[in-house]
Structure formats: structure tokens, C-alpha cells
Write a protein that binds this ligand. Structure first.
Ligand code: SF4
Length: 400
């Protein structure tokens, strides 16, 4: 295997520092690296070095398989009570007329627009406002399930759950049980930002703490649910904060095994309170994917969220530990385009996604939210007319 040969070449390199050699040997032996090792990789690991290690792990786990799904997003509102300084949503609370606040019927209209379309998941997350409370979301999940029982409802982060459960004066346990009964299938990974209070208090003060974020996921895992995790990087945090964050996730995963995927989220600086903070370079983005892959030895998947980093970097990331590039999306999320991400109109047809993966020598696998394989596109031949009709024709439903 090429990945093995690369590691052997690295280990033979006499210029490699003893410290990095020791870490490479651990990775090659399938051993867990320590927090100090992780910090050393961030501080000293060049892109080629960490990339080779991460690609080795990726190919051990998944070979060339690269996952994607067919989903659509609903963002009930882009107005938010909180004032996270990296977020382009929070600024709208004072100019509410510029934002949107969907009613239950508006949201169900969006769900109905996908009737007959081959989507497997609806991803619901947005700003925090009082009218979107426990009753609202429980009723929404019930209505979606009544309308389309097989559609996987992946919804809300601990930021929303913490707020709505507190408002309803119920415990996290009661609340998560209620959500499950209403139809919640899994939780996305958002709202994690950076757990360390030194940074979290500065960029996301007021919303749930790192401990609360982790506790809500833990309770969800104890109820048998699966979820994802994220980390917002590349702003004012230091490498030690990233390692602290990854370590908290690794520890919880040891305990519950409920996380499926880790998704590093690049800080974007358009139209938010941190516009003066420069964005990370592509090299740093790729290093961050790679080190995350190496550190989180108990996570099955590392995902690159292509609407945020763009298609080309998403392709590159597949050689740096990433094995999943999310979904077709269909222009239904504004969270990253509003913050200045590469993809201002994020939509890819199934064929485009498949080709994007194939062009870098990987095997495209369509999955459902829980990583059951729905279709292996490795040798799949698209009929000519599918190039024009297929998934490309889905309606664009975001209002603004
Ligand atoms: S990051 Fe989330 S909680 Fe913070 S302001 Fe934006 S939408 Fe609100």
C-alpha cells in the first residue's frame, strides 16, 4: 500500500527529529498519541509529515472509500439571542426585519418540497429565539415523522437544547428523552466551537459551556443516539486549546462510543465581530484535518464540510485524513456563505459529488446518516440524461 511505503520512507529519513520519529512509530504501531504528542504535531509537524500519518490511518480504516449523503438543511431562523463574535447571524438581532423567522408551516412547506426526491436526511439548526422552544421543536419533529417517517431528523445542537430545556425548566435527561420520543434521530456536531473557557468565554460567552455541550451529547449517547462533533479553529485559539478540545472529545468517545464523525470547522471572517482576525491558510486547514485524524483514534470518520472550504480543498483533504465530504446540500444552508465561505451557492448534484471524489482516485460511497452504505458509486455509470435531470433539479428553497 502506498500509504505504508510513505510512512516507511518517513521513518528512514535521518533528518526527522527523534520526537517526531517517536510519534510516527506510535501511529504506525496503532498506538494512541498523548496530548504532548498532539501539541508537538501542531507545533512541529510539517504538512507532508502529518498528512502521511493521517492518510495511513485513513486508508487503514476506509481504504479509498469516501462517503457522502443526500441531505437538505432547514435553518428556522438566522436571528439569534446570543452574540458569538465569530457568527454572522448574531448581528441581526437589532435588525430583525433583515432576517427570517420560519413558522411551523413554513418549515413543513420546505420539507414537502422534497417529497419524491431521494434525500435521506434533514439537518435542522439555526439561531436561538424564544418562540422556538421545546413544544415547537417536539411538534416539528412529530410532524416531519408523520409526513415522511423514513427521513432522518438530525437536529439542533446543545446550544439550542440547553436554552430550550432551561426555559422549560426540565433537566437535560428529561428534555433529550422528550426529543427522542418526538422523532429526533441524531444530533449534528455544531455549537462546540472551542471548549476551553479561556477562548469560549471570549468568542461564545453566554451560551452553553464546553462541559454542558459534552454532557448533552453524553446523555443522548446513553439514550442510544448517535451524534457528531465539531471544532471551530483558526481564530484566536492556540494549539493547546485545540488539543484540549480534541482530548475532551476523545475521552467522551471512550466512555460512550456515540460519536460518528468529527468535523473541523474553519473560522470565516466576513460580516462578524471578528472580521479583523485573519483566516487560516489552506496549509493550516489541511494540517488541522490530519492532526485531528491522528489524535481522534476512536472516531470512525473525519469530515470536510465542502461548502465551507470549497470543492478543491475538499478534494485535497481526502489525502489528509478526511473520508467524508458531507452532502449534496442544495443551497439550503446560509450559515457559512454568510460568513464568507468559498461556496456562496452551495449545491452539488450526486454526479458532481461522485466525480469530485473519483477525480482524486477515491471511491464514492453514498451513505445514510448512520453510515449504512446505500450505493457504491465506484464503477457506477451515470446515464447521459441524469447529468441534466438528476439531483441538479432540486428546488432552491432558502428564502433570502
Ligand atoms: S453561533 Fe449559534 S448561538 Fe452563536 S450567535 Fe450564531 S447562531 Fe447564535
Amino acid at each position: 500500500m502506498q500509504a505504508v511505503r510513505k510512512i516507511e520512507t518517513i521513518l528512514r529519513d535521518e533528518k526527522l527529529s527523534p520526537r517526531l520519529r517517536q510519534i510516527a512509530e506510535k501511529v504506525f504501531a496503532g498506538q494512541r498519541i498523548t496530548e504532548d504528542d498532539g501539541l508537538c504535531l501542531f507545533e512541529q509537524g510539517e504538512l507532508g509529515f502529518v498528512g502521511a500519518l493521517a492518510n495511513y490511518i485513513r486508508e487503514q480504516r476506509h481504504d479509498n472509500r469516501t462517503y457522502f449523503n443526500r441531505n437538505f438543511h432547514i435553518e428556522p431562523t438566522n436571528i439569534c439571542l446570543y452574540t458569538c463574535s465569530f457568527c454572522s447571524y448574531s448581528r441581526l438581532i437589532k435588525k430583525r426585519e433583515e432576517g427570517w423567522e420560519y413558522s411551523m408551516d413554513d418549515i413543513m412547506d420546505i420539507v414537502r418540497k422534497y417529497d419524491g426526491e431521494p434525500v435521506t436526511e434533514v439537518h435542522i439548526v439555526g439561531g436561538v429565539l424564544p418562540q422556538y422552544d421545546v413544544e415547537f421543536y417536539a411538534e416539528l419533529f412529530r410532524r416531519i415523522k408523520a409526513h415522511r417517517p423514513e427521513l432522518h431528523v438530525k437536529a439542533l445542537t446543545p446550544v439550542e437544547y440547553h436554552y430550550i430545556f432551561k426555559k422549560a425548566k426540565i433537566s437535560y435527561e428529561e428534555g433529550m428523552r422528550l426529543m427522542k420520543e418526538a422523532g429526533l434521530d441524531s444530533m449534528p456536531g455544531g455549537g462546540a466551537e472551542i471548549f476551553h473557557p479561556e477562548i469560549r468565554d471570549q468568542i461564545a460567552g453566554g451560551k452553553c459551556s464546553g462541559e454542558q455541550w459534552l454532557r448533552i451529547h453524553e446523555i443522548w449517547h446513553e439514550l442510544g443516539g448517535r451524534s457528531n462533533a465539531t471544532m471551530l479553529y483558526g481564530h484566536i485559539e492556540e494549539y493547546r486549546h485545540r488539543i484540549h478540545h480534541l482530548e475532551q472529545l476523545r475521552q467522551l468517545q471512550d466512555k460512550t462510543g456515540g460519536f460518528q464523525t468529527f468535523i473541523p470547522l474553519k473560522f470565516r471572517n466576513k460580516d462578524n465581530q471578528m472580521s479583523h482576525v485573519p483566516e487560516s491558510t489552506v496549509v493550516e486547514d489541511l494540517r488541522n484535518y490530519a492532526i485531528s485524524r491522528i489524535y481522534l483514534d476512536n472516531f470512525d470518520h473525519i469530515k470536510a464540510y465542502w461548502p465551507m472550504i470549497g470543492r478543491n480543498v475538499a478534494q485535497l483533504s481526502l489525502a489528509f485524513g478526511v473520508d467524508d465530504i458531507d452532502g449534496t446540500i442544495d443551497d439550503t444552508t446560509k450559515i457559512y456563505s454568510m460568513a464568507g465561505s468559498e461556496e456562496q451557492v452551495p449545491a452539488l448534484s450526486t454526479r458532481e459529488l461522485v466525480n469530485l471524489i473519483r477525480r482524486v482516485g477515491r471511491e464514492p460511497i453514498e451513505r445514510d446518516t448512520l453510515y449504512n452504505v446505500l450505493q457504491d458509486y465506484t464503477d457506477f455509470e451515470f446515464e447521459e440524461d441524469q447529468a441534466f435531470k438528476g439531483y441538479v433539479s432540486l428546488p432552491v428553497v432558502t428564502k433570502n
